[in-house]
Design a protein around this ligand. Structure first.
Ligand SMILES: [Zn+2]
Length: 140
Protein backbone atom coordinates (compact mmCIF):
# COMPACT_ATOMS: atom_id res chain seq x y z
CA UNK A 1 0.00 0.00 0.00
CA UNK A 2 1.37 3.35 -0.99
CA UNK A 3 -1.64 5.30 0.08
CA UNK A 4 -0.32 8.34 1.89
CA UNK A 5 -3.56 9.40 3.52
CA UNK A 6 -4.49 6.88 6.12
CA UNK A 7 -7.07 9.07 7.74
CA UNK A 8 -9.44 8.18 4.91
CA UNK A 9 -10.10 11.84 4.32
CA UNK A 10 -9.93 12.34 0.61
CA UNK A 11 -8.77 15.56 -0.96
CA UNK A 12 -10.90 17.73 -3.23
CA UNK A 13 -9.66 16.01 -6.37
CA UNK A 14 -10.73 12.60 -5.14
CA UNK A 15 -14.03 13.90 -3.83
CA UNK A 16 -14.75 15.44 -7.20
CA UNK A 17 -14.01 12.13 -8.90
CA UNK A 18 -16.41 10.47 -6.51
CA UNK A 19 -19.11 12.96 -7.36
CA UNK A 20 -18.46 12.34 -11.03
CA UNK A 21 -18.80 8.59 -10.77
CA UNK A 22 -21.94 9.06 -8.68
CA UNK A 23 -23.42 11.24 -11.40
CA UNK A 24 -22.44 8.84 -14.15
CA UNK A 25 -23.87 5.86 -12.32
CA UNK A 26 -27.03 7.85 -11.71
CA UNK A 27 -27.49 8.47 -15.41
CA UNK A 28 -26.64 4.92 -16.36
CA UNK A 29 -28.82 3.27 -13.76
CA UNK A 30 -31.80 5.49 -14.41
CA UNK A 31 -31.72 4.72 -18.13
CA UNK A 32 -30.86 1.04 -17.89
CA UNK A 33 -32.42 -0.18 -14.69
CA UNK A 34 -35.27 2.25 -14.46
CA UNK A 35 -34.71 3.10 -10.83
CA UNK A 36 -36.73 6.17 -9.95
CA UNK A 37 -34.55 7.50 -7.19
CA UNK A 38 -31.23 6.23 -6.03
CA UNK A 39 -29.31 3.40 -7.55
CA UNK A 40 -30.26 -0.24 -7.87
CA UNK A 41 -28.32 -2.69 -5.72
CA UNK A 42 -25.84 -3.59 -8.44
CA UNK A 43 -25.03 -0.02 -9.26
CA UNK A 44 -24.78 0.89 -5.60
CA UNK A 45 -22.24 -1.91 -5.15
CA UNK A 46 -20.25 -0.60 -8.05
CA UNK A 47 -20.46 2.90 -6.64
CA UNK A 48 -19.07 1.85 -3.27
CA UNK A 49 -16.32 -0.08 -5.01
CA UNK A 50 -15.37 2.93 -7.12
CA UNK A 51 -15.25 5.13 -4.04
CA UNK A 52 -12.98 2.65 -2.32
CA UNK A 53 -10.65 2.54 -5.28
CA UNK A 54 -10.50 6.34 -5.38
CA UNK A 55 -9.72 6.52 -1.69
CA UNK A 56 -6.89 4.08 -2.29
CA UNK A 57 -5.60 5.83 -5.43
CA UNK A 58 -1.83 6.28 -5.05
CA UNK A 59 -1.92 9.55 -7.00
CA UNK A 60 -4.57 11.24 -4.91
CA UNK A 61 -4.52 14.94 -5.84
CA UNK A 62 -2.35 14.26 -8.89
CA UNK A 63 -4.73 11.67 -10.16
CA UNK A 64 -5.20 11.58 -13.94
CA UNK A 65 -8.56 10.70 -15.44
CA UNK A 66 -9.06 7.00 -14.92
CA UNK A 67 -9.00 5.89 -18.53
CA UNK A 68 -5.54 7.34 -18.99
CA UNK A 69 -4.12 6.06 -15.75
CA UNK A 70 -1.39 3.46 -15.86
CA UNK A 71 -2.52 1.84 -12.66
CA UNK A 72 -5.32 -0.59 -13.32
CA UNK A 73 -6.76 -0.71 -9.88
CA UNK A 74 -10.12 -2.22 -10.76
CA UNK A 75 -10.68 -5.92 -10.93
CA UNK A 76 -11.29 -6.96 -14.55
CA UNK A 77 -15.02 -7.54 -14.17
CA UNK A 78 -15.67 -4.27 -12.35
CA UNK A 79 -13.47 -2.48 -14.81
CA UNK A 80 -15.59 -3.76 -17.66
CA UNK A 81 -18.77 -2.56 -15.98
CA UNK A 82 -17.43 0.84 -15.10
CA UNK A 83 -16.23 1.25 -18.64
CA UNK A 84 -19.75 0.54 -19.86
CA UNK A 85 -21.14 3.09 -17.48
CA UNK A 86 -18.65 5.73 -18.58
CA UNK A 87 -19.14 5.02 -22.24
CA UNK A 88 -22.84 5.55 -21.85
CA UNK A 89 -22.92 8.36 -19.33
CA UNK A 90 -19.86 10.26 -20.53
CA UNK A 91 -21.49 11.90 -23.56
CA UNK A 92 -24.59 12.68 -21.50
CA UNK A 93 -22.77 14.39 -18.70
CA UNK A 94 -22.68 17.88 -20.24
CA UNK A 95 -26.47 17.88 -20.45
CA UNK A 96 -27.21 16.64 -16.98
CA UNK A 97 -24.20 17.72 -14.98
CA UNK A 98 -22.54 20.54 -16.92
CA UNK A 99 -20.30 21.62 -14.10
CA UNK A 100 -18.90 18.18 -13.33
CA UNK A 101 -18.49 17.53 -17.04
CA UNK A 102 -16.48 20.70 -17.43
CA UNK A 103 -14.22 19.83 -14.52
CA UNK A 104 -13.70 16.39 -15.98
CA UNK A 105 -12.74 17.91 -19.33
CA UNK A 106 -10.15 20.03 -17.60
CA UNK A 107 -8.80 16.98 -15.80
CA UNK A 108 -8.23 15.32 -19.14
CA UNK A 109 -5.68 17.99 -19.90
CA UNK A 110 -3.59 17.01 -16.92
CA UNK A 111 -0.22 15.50 -17.41
CA UNK A 112 -0.52 11.82 -16.77
CA UNK A 113 1.77 11.02 -13.89
CA UNK A 114 3.81 7.89 -13.76
CA UNK A 115 4.08 5.71 -10.73
CA UNK A 116 7.87 5.46 -10.96
CA UNK A 117 8.76 8.84 -9.46
CA UNK A 118 6.01 8.45 -6.94
CA UNK A 119 7.53 5.22 -5.71
CA UNK A 120 10.98 6.76 -5.60
CA UNK A 121 9.65 9.66 -3.60
CA UNK A 122 7.92 7.58 -0.99
CA UNK A 123 11.11 5.60 -0.63
CA UNK A 124 13.20 8.70 -0.06
CA UNK A 125 10.64 10.23 2.22
CA UNK A 126 8.62 13.23 1.16
CA UNK A 127 11.60 15.56 1.55
CA UNK A 128 12.61 16.49 -1.97
CA UNK A 129 9.54 17.20 -3.97
CA UNK A 130 11.06 19.20 -6.80
CA UNK A 131 11.54 18.06 -10.35
CA UNK A 132 7.85 17.60 -10.87
CA UNK A 133 7.73 20.57 -13.19
CA UNK A 134 6.54 22.84 -10.44
CA UNK A 135 3.12 23.19 -12.00
CA UNK A 136 1.17 22.32 -8.97
CA UNK A 137 1.94 22.49 -5.33
CA UNK A 138 -0.74 22.01 -2.80
CA UNK A 139 0.32 20.99 0.62
CA UNK A 140 -2.22 20.67 3.38
ZN1 LIG B 1 -28.60 0.14 -11.76
Amino acid sequence: MINPSKSGRAGPRIRQEQRTIDAMLGIYCQDHHGGGRGLCDDCEQLRLYAHQRLNACPFQEQKPVCNRCEVHCYSPSRRERVRDVMRYAGPRMPLRHPWLALLHMLDKLRRVPSLAPLRARTKRGAAADSGAGGEKRSKP
